[in-house]
Design a protein around this ligand. Structure first.
Ligand SMILES: Nc1ncnc2c1ncn2[C@@H]1O[C@H](COP(=O)(O)OP(=O)(O)OP(=O)(O)O)[C@@H](O)[C@H]1O
Length: 277
């Protein structure tokens, strides 16, 4: 290697280190999770999970089937408690406040922490009513105000141009990829801070997947996004940080580039190199 190339590589590495340090220093956390355990009846599904989720970043959760990714995600907005046999221990702070504290209103949490599911699940209503549903529940009745929210949310989910002339048509008439962006718009309409996404592209074709991935990049300017994905390439493409889960444990959590290029734990290395999963 010539001296010039060596020097350029050294400078590149130094810049990367500086950027990474800068990122760590300026990073705020939306969630601080400490020693989280979760049981479905007698079966433990999460073991001592501790990880802080950064604000205005995309955090990916990867790991083999059944390792607790969805369970972890649904714990962050306490949706997991809809399963009556669930018990938890440990602490989850959302913006500094303990969400397991009896005084914390779960409705407030779910307004701030929206969710998008694996299969697009629009309501059997018009496109307009799908988006206006949440704001109406929150007491917004005026048509002009709802019109504004519907347009803003559909624009935010990069689907306004495709549906603006058919807002009164049933959302079921849209393609799967469009339905998923309607569901993202529906989540945006209640102005959350965080969007949880549980394998949002696994039911979509490659073109719709690319659109949703581009959208996630756009959304992180204003929202913190936590995305569960089976697809390691997707995690590498779109996330800033990645956590690897295995058998209910959070094995490793790092900057995405670091996790994929320099995993610290042998189990992470085995998984990302395809030795299991
Ligand atoms: N409602 C439930 N009742 C009982 N056990 C459950 C329930 N939901 C999940 N589990 C169990 O908890 C463990 C973790 O499941 P979870 O769905 O969180 O994993 P996952 O990593 O998201 O899997 P996948 O990638 O297949 O969606 C599994 O053993 C699963 O069987």
């Amino acid at each position: 290697m010539t001296t010039i190339v060596k020097e350029r590589n050294r400078q590149k590495q130094e810049n990367r280190n500086l950027q990474k340090r800068g990122l760590d220093e300026t990073m705020n956390n939306v969630f601080e999770v400490k020693d989280l355990n979760l049981w479905y009846g007698n079966d433990q599904a999460l073991y001592e999970v501790s990880m802080d989720v950064p604000e205005n970043k995309v955090t990916a959760i990867i790991g083999p089937s059944g390792c607790g990714k969805s369970t972890y995600l649904k714990t962050l907005n306490r949706m997991v408690e809809m399963v009556p046999i669930v018990k938890t221990s440990g602490s989850i702070k959302y913006k500094g406040q303990e969400i397991f504290n009896g005084k914390y209103r779960v409705e407030d949490l779910r307004t701030k922490v929206g969710m998008v599911f694996q299969k697009p699940n629009p309501f059997p209503k018009s496109i307009y009513d799908n988006i206006a549903y949440g704001p109406r529940i929150h007491g917004i009745k005026k048509k002009a105000e709802l019109d504004k929210i519907v347009e803003k949310s559909l624009r935010g989910a990069a689907i306004w141009d495709e549906v603006k002339d058919r807002l009164n048509e049933n959302a079921f008439g849209l393609s799967g990829g469009q339905q998923q962006r309607i569901c993202i718009a529906r989540a945006l309409a209640i102005e959350p801070d965080v969007i949880l996404m549980d394998e949002p592209t696994s039911a979509l074709d490659p073109i719709s997947t690319a659109k949703v991935e581009d959208l996630v990049q756009e959304l992180k300017k204003n929202y913190s996004i936590i995305i569960v994905t089976h697809n390691m390439q997707q995690a590498a493409r779109i996330s800033d940080k990645t956590a690897f889960f295995l058998n209910g444990e959070m094995v490793e959590f790092a900057e995405t580039d670091d996790l994929f290029s320099n995993p610290k734990d042998k189990r992470t290395e085995d998984y990302i190199t395809g030795r299991f999963g």
